[in-house]
Design a protein around this ligand. Structure first.
Ligand code: ZZB
Length: 257
């Protein structure tokens, strides 16, 4: 599986890192298949119970991601020695919650790290960037936090951190310019734990978006989603905001379940 890893820089470090890493550039690194949607980022998801590595790259950046992803990265030119990732420490997802970030291409200058309970640590990097306009899981999880004060309190999230509207970035025939919102509403999906329905919603948004979607962001008007993907990916990489990342497929799914 080939992902784009998008780097969201921390504007403030977790307590446990403040002293030691004050001078360093630290990024939450999110794996995505949808580079063209980065214009619509409103937040970044972490798994509260997840453990993340502070992986030091060959260029001395610090990347926050799963141990498994760090190990994969060390085979892909990001480490000096093949297969030997440098780990400077670990943080839990919980420690990252509520931290401000800058998300490349997002019109929101600051977005926040928020909790998502359905993150799989054995897929991608264990960090997921959030595009509620086009990803049903993201829309629903953000709605859960907006609608549920108790949930916010539990994770130390304030209203200000979730007060972000989905951004229209892609127009899809019949689904409009906020496809994930349209589909979640029409399927009456009421929670991020509605796994089956969300999988259907995601499939619909993926397929219809890929073949029939057109970009509506400034400067890319009318470019088809399937053409925009590589253009935006290359731009993110050229600007130093993303890298290509491959992972062995068998590890994730396991051929026979
Ligand atoms: C931004 C984005 C925008 C995404 C969108 C999707 C959509 P797949 O097809 O199942 O491989 N993701 C990445 N890693 C994880 C993880 N560890 N746990 C849970 N979710 C994860 O799904 C790949 C997508 O799942 C990735 O692409 C990421 O969300 C999320 F508009 O990044 B995506 C219709 C989907 N739209």
């Amino acid at each position: 599986q080939e992902y784009t890893m998008v780097k969201l820089q921390l504007k403030q470090l977790p307590e446990s890192m403040k002293e030691k890493f004050a001078e360093r550039n630290v990024y939450l690194v999110a794996a995505t298949l949808r580079a063209e949607t980065m214009f619509g980022q409103t937040n970044c998801w972490v798994l509260p119970k997840g453990e993340y590595w502070l992986y030091e790259t060959v260029t001395k950046e610090i990347w926050v991601l799963s141990e498994r992803a760090a190990t994969n990265c060390s085979y892909q030119e990001f480490s000096k020695e093949m297969g030997k990732p440098v780990c400077l420490g670990t943080v839990t997802g919980k420690e990252l919650l509520g931290l401000p970030l800058s998300a490349p291409l997002s019109p929101y200058e600051t977005v926040y790290a928020l909790p998502l309970m359905t993150i799989k640590m054995n897929k991608g990097t264990g960090i997921v960037t959030s595009v509620p306009s086009d990803a049903p899981d993201d829309y629903r999880a953000l709605q859960d936090l907006k609608e549920n004060a108790e949930l916010r309190e539990k994770y130390g999230i304030t209203e200000e951190m979730v007060n972000f509207d989905p951004i229209p970035i892609i127009e899809i025939p019949e689904l409009g310019n906020l496809a994930a919102v349209t589909v979640c509403k029409s399927m009456k999906i009421k929670s991020q734990h509605s796994v089956k329905k969300l999988a259907q919603a995601k499939e619909l948004c993926y397929t219809k978006g890929f073949y029939e979607g057109k970009m509506i962001v400034k400067g890319m008007e009318d470019v088809l989603v399937k053409d925009a993907k590589d253009i935006i990916k290359d731009r993110l990489i050229k600007e130093g905001n993303a890298v290509n990342y491959c992972e062995p497929e068998s590890e994730v799914i396991g051929r026979n379940g």
